[in-house]
Structures are given as C-alpha cells and as structure tokens.
Design a protein around this ligand. Structure first.
Ligand SMILES: *Cc1c(COP(=O)(O)O)cnc(C)c1O
Length: 460
C-alpha cells in the first residue's frame, strides 16, 4: 500500500482510492482531494457494525431524509451563541416547557431546563444543583457541609458513578440482589442520611429496562422527613423512560406528579428519536437550579446565561428534536412507542418459547428484552450467544450484573423504532439457531474481567 498523500488526480478510480491509507499517528504533511478523503474514510469504516443491527444501543440510528437535510443545513450553527441565533435558542426554551408539561410539572411555576450533549451532561447538572442546594441549606443551618453523598441503586448507569467521583460526592450504592435488579425502599434506611444530596431513581434502567420502585422510594422519603425533619429530593434518571412513559403509561406517576421529584433527565437521542448527541435536564421549578451555577457571559456583544458543562455545541440535534416533536406530536410518539413495544413483546415471546431463556425484568416498560439462560443450559453462556449472532451482523450486549448479582449474566436487546416484525423474526431465529449450535458444540467465552471500581456497565 502506498501513501500517496500528494495524490490529487481526479481520474484515479475509486478502487485505487480505497487502497490509500488514512494516516496512522503522524499529522499529514499535505492534503488530498475531497473525493479522496471521503473515499478513504468510508473504506476505513466499512468493517464497523451496521448501526441498524446494533441492538446493544439505545441511541437512535434512523432519521428521515428531510431531517437529515435540515440538520446538515444547520450543522455549522454554534448553539451557545444565543445572541446571533436567538430563534435557535428560543427552540430550547420552548421544548423545555413542552417537556416540563409532558412530565406533568406544576402549571404555576417557571420551568427551567437545558438541552445538553446527552443524558450524562444532564445528570451532572442535576447532581450539581442538588449538591449546591444541600450545601447552602447545611451552611444556613450552621451544619457541616463537607461530606455530601448520593444514594442510588447498583443498577445506575455509569454517569452517576462519574458524577460522584468527578464532583466529590460520596457514593452510596444500594447493591442489587439476584432476582431483584431495581432500587426499592427496602434498604434505604442503611444508606440515606442528613448528608444525602438526593436519591436517584431510574425510569428505564440500562440493565433490564425496568423502573426503580419510584413511588415506594418517594413515600419512604416522605416518611423519613416526618421522622427526622430532613427533606431529600428525588432525581429521576429517565434517559430512556422519559420519552416512553408519558406516551405509553399516562396514568403511571413516575414524574413531577410526585412532589419530591425535583429534576428529571432524558436522552433526546434515545427514545426522543434524534441522532446523537442530545440530552435534556428539566427541573420542577426554576428555583431548584441554583442561581449560583449560572454564568453570564459577553459573547459577541450580548450578555447571555450559560449553565451547561459544555460551551460551544452543534445546534443541529436541538433543531432535530424540535422537528421530531412537531413531526409526530403526542399521537405520533404514542403510535411509534406502541409499535416498538409490540415488536419487543413479540421478540421476548419467541425467545421464551425456545426454552433456552428466562426473562429478567418483572415489568416491561421500555422496549428492552433482558434475558438470562436457564439453569439447564450448562455448556455455553450469554457471551457465547452474543458472539455467535455477531456472525449474522447483530450486536447484542451480554454482561455480568453488578454487585451482588454478579452470578447472573444478562443478554440484552434494545428494540428500537426502525425494526419491523420481519427483522425481529429473523433476529429470534438467529439467536435460537446460535443456541442450538452452541448446545451441540459447546461455548468457549469467559466473561471479561471487570474493573474493581466499575463493575458492569452496559453500553447505552
Ligand atoms: C443512556 C443512559 C445514560 C447516559 O445517557 P447519554 O445520553 O448516553 O449520555 C444515563 N442513564 C441511563 C439510565 C441511561 O440509559
């Protein structure tokens, strides 16, 4: 293979372009033609997974051509420049209000929230708001404010462990149990105390798709306040559930209808149906987001507030979210979620009928199938199944559950809106055939070694 960096011959065939290198570690000395750069990069990435078959991920991979066009046309817009792009900025405010309403926020308050790069940034902002509020209240009461902690279940997504480490908040993580992979109120008394900045409960967890026992946790915190006088806010991590629950389960109270829920995050790029990266954090009331966290900057002439971890960012995902809200409306999202859920149940049923699997989730709220092999399966494991179906192009997550449920391995399939019944049928067949093959020939996979501080963290 030659590295013809200076090659810019417009007559060179694409076959030859594909042979050219993209450069290893050295910064390229000279440039190449646009055609050549595109061809080389495309060829470089051909062996990546097909995103449509990557069912280990919650992130949206299909968008309409009209939306692609719209996003492309605004890809250069720097969202943070509110002064130059006030109409773009205005979309965020409108959508924060819409989402606040979607999550049943009280009508008599001023909603507040932000578009972020993803739920991770949204979670960090919510965590910071609670840390600030807690510290302020402690100081005002003349109490020690040096030991903040946060209480979560062992099923939390990695972002919360990052938050606690990066922002110096003690992690109080309630371990899971075999057969119960959700945070409940059962052990909270061993974890919650006066230094707890908030409890995080999940709507649509990454491991099994289930919701934590949100109502029960809420009521426990109410009782705790009655007993001790300490009021602890609840944050809901609705990265996945935030754009599913409102459409499928309007009567289910997981959101701001519960008074203790002070903030909620969701990933616009998961069931919000936009491409990566977009997240949302919405506070019950503007007052929850501590004013001290807001900076006012002079940016190209105007003074504008900024209260996100990132500064410059692409406006396209925000515009895309506005498009999707308008394009589908409540009825459209509801229909899409219903269809996706039908396909999920169909897949789950086909796999259960095979006799190899049992289902891990007690409730089925978001379109996730979380399975584990039955006890009678001895000579292969979930990692083998995941590796075997990879031969057919499918990407499925297999992982060891977090403490103290490490004896359980899960095979997780995220059913997204672009999949149809036919594809689901093919997937089920490929998984069952993989099991049959493995039953006969035996599996060889050993679970990957886990890092001590990061036991099990599925992809999102
Ligand atoms: C995906 C996910 C996150 C992280 O969200 P990103 O949008 O990927 O940053 C956090 N919490 C839960 C429950 C998730 O599913």
């Amino acid at each position: 293979m030659s590295n013809r960096d200076e090659h810019n011959d417009p007559n060179i065939s694409m076959y030859e372009e594909f042979q050219l290198e993209i450069g290893e570690n050295e910064f390229p000395k000279t440039g190449v033609s646009a055609r050549s750069a595109k061809a080389r990069l495309e060829a470089h990435m051909w062996t990546d997974a097909n995103p449509m078959l990557n069912l280990s991920s919650f992130v949206t991979t299909f968008i309409e051509p009209e939306l692609k066009e719209l996003e492309g046309a605004h890809a250069h817009v720097n969202y943070v420049d509110h002064d130059m792009y006030p109409k773009t900025y205005d979309l965020e405010t409108r959508m924060v209000n819409m989402i606040h309403q979607l999550w049943n926020g009280p009508a008599d308050v001023e909603p507040y929230g932000a578009a972020t790069v993803g739920s991770s940034e949204a979670c960090m902002l919510a965590g910071l708001a609670h840390k600030w509020n807690w510290r302020e209240a402690r100081k005002a009461a003349g109490k020690d404010a040096s030991k903040p902690n946060m209480v979560t279940g062992g099923n939390v997504q990695i972002v919360w462990k990052k938050f606690m480490k990066y922002f110096d908040v003690e992690a109080k993580i309630v371990p899971l149990e075999v057969g119960n992979y959700r945070l409940t109120a059962e052990h909270l008394d061993e974890y919650v105390d006066e230094n707890t900045i908030c409890v995080v409960a999940i709507a649509g967890q990454t491991f099994t798709g289930e919701d934590d026992e949100i109502q029960e946790i809420h009521d426990w915190l109410d009782a705790y306040e009655k007993k001790t006088g300490i009021s602890i806010p609840l944050h809901i991590d609705g990265a996945s559930g935030g754009f599913v629950n409102p459409f499928l389960y309007p009567d289910y109270e997981w959101d701001f209808r519960l008074p203790r829920v002070q903030s909620i995050n969701a990933s616009g790029h998961k069931f919000g149906l936009v491409n990566p990266g977009l997240g949302w954090v919405v506070f019950r009331d503007k007052k929850v987001f501590n004013e001290d966290l807001i900076f006012y900057v002079n940016y190209l002439g105007g003074e504008s507030p900024t209260a996100t971890l990132n500064f410059s960012r692409n406006a396209a995902p925000i515009i895309a979210q506005a498009y999707q809200f308008m394009r589908y409306g409540f009825e459209g999202y509801k229909r899409i979620m219903e269809l996706t859920m039908e396909n999920t149940v169909h897949l789950r049923d086909l796999l259960l009928e095979s006799g190899y699997f049992e289902v891990m989730n007690k409730t089925q709220r978001i379109p996730v199938v979380a399975l584990t092999l039955k006890d009678h399966v001895k000579n292969f494991n979930e990692f083998d199944v995941s590796a075997k179906v990879r031969e057919k192009g499918w990407v499925l997550s297999a992982y060891t559950m977090p403490p103290k449920a490490e004896t359980v391995v899960s095979l997780r399939i995220v059913v997204r809106a672009h999949l149809n019944k036919h594809v689901i049928g093919q997937l089920a067949e490929d998984i069952i055939n993989a099991c049959k093959y493995l039953e006969e020939h035996g599996g060889t996979a050993t679970p990957p070694a886990l890092h001590s501080h990061d036991k099990s963290s599925p992809k999102c």
